[in-house]
Design a protein around this ligand. Structure first.
Ligand SMILES: Nc1ncnc2c1ncn2[C@@H]1O[C@H](COP(=O)(O)OP(=O)(O)OP(=O)(O)O)[C@@H](O)[C@H]1O
Length: 303
């Protein structure tokens, strides 16, 4: 079985409102997959469809080789799920809540719960309602990981966690991956997933706008170059150079985007008197912002 998750032309309408519009993508067994997008992009809708908590308007959802709807009981047994709005009875103590959820799963060794609670520095004796948002999120994370599921589906798992706890979470994701598990996690923020994700998908307005490895996304970064000249900026000469686009002139300063080797730009500049030179790399976060706001290259989404 090569696919942990397979979505084919998945559409979800909420009345006249569109939650998802023809989303197709595959998550491979054993990969950590980041699912990113701005507010309202369709991330939670997708995750709820995976768990059969809501039903698609059209399209197919397969999880661990099973139909999300017909085989929902089996899918739920094999999956660890952290909802975006993890909510449990606040009067319970954290330990009681986890023991109850573990019993529903057919039992989890108490040592395993204690080990995870220790790693997250979670007080199992505290009543849930007395816990801060971040500490409640830890309860949600422990219940998702405790039975060592084949597939973890995590909706904004790092929400409310401080950087130290985030690191503990990332360590657990790494361990799950090394044990051959699959992790599907949503987030708003690239930097949260780029350290652990093998591939990331970016959704916007219910559609896939990019799907690639973190490394390949990074390779799409480019330079912004600004050169000041002693005389008039030689715009025509630079516009003709390989990899130069988006050229603008402001007095004797010229700026442009450079997508290829800087060699020809440096050699062309050397024929003039250069008074200033500035370069900035567009990093993954900038690229991500381009996708968020509607620009970017959508060709990768077809992969
Ligand atoms: N129960 C609902 N009824 C009506 N519209 C809904 C419902 N749930 C989601 N939507 C709409 O579907 C679209 C996708 O929402 P969804 O919650 O899946 O986005 P998201 O990517 O998870 O956003 P966020 O990052 O804000 O959690 C939005 O336009 C949202 O308003």
């Amino acid at each position: 079985m090569a696919a942990a998750i397979e979505l084919i032309d998945l559409t979800k309408m909420y009345g006249a409102r569109r939650g998802l519009a023809g989303l197709s993508m595959t998550v491979r067994v054993g990969e950590v997959f980041g699912f990113l997008g701005p507010n309202g992009a369709g991330k939670t809708t997708t995750i709820r469809l995976l768990l059969d908590l809501i039903r698609p308007t059209s399209g197919t959802v397969r999880v661990l080789g099973r139909a999300a709807r017909r085989d929902a009981i089996e899918v739920h047994r094999r999956v660890g799920y952290l909802p975006g709005d993890f909510a449990v009875d606040g009067r319970q103590r954290a330990g009681e809540c986890l023991a109850f959820l573990a019993a529903l799963r057919g039992g989890v060794p108490a040592d395993r719960i204690r080990e995870l609670a220790d790693r997250f520095d979670l007080d199992l004796r505290a009543r849930i309602k007395s816990l801060s948002k971040g500490n409640r999120q830890k309860v949600g994370l422990v219940q998702a990981f405790m039975h060592d599921p084949e597939l973890l589906i995590l909706d904004e798992p790092t929400s409310g966690l401080d950087p130290l706890v985030q690191q503990t979470f990332l360590d657990l994701v790494g361990e799950a991956k090394r044990a051959g598990r699959t992790v599907f996690m949503s987030s708003h923020i690239m930097s949260e997933v780029e350290a652990v994700a093998d591939r990331v998908a970016i959704v916007r307005d219910g559609r896939l706008v990019a799907l690639d490895t973190v490394a390949d996304l990074r390779d799409r970064s480019f330079l912004r170059v600004a050169i000041g000249f002693a005389g008039p900026a030689p715009a025509a000469e630079f516009a003709a150079l390989p990899g130069v686009t988006d050229l603008a002139v402001d007095g004797s300063t010229m700026s442009f985007r450079l997508d290829s080797s800087p060699d020809s730009v440096v050699k062309a500049a050397a024929r003039h008197t250069v008074t200033s030179l500035r370069t900035e790399t567009q990093d993954l976060e900038d690229l991500f912002h381009t996708f968020y706001t509607g620009g970017g290259d959508t060709a990768a989404a077809d992969r």
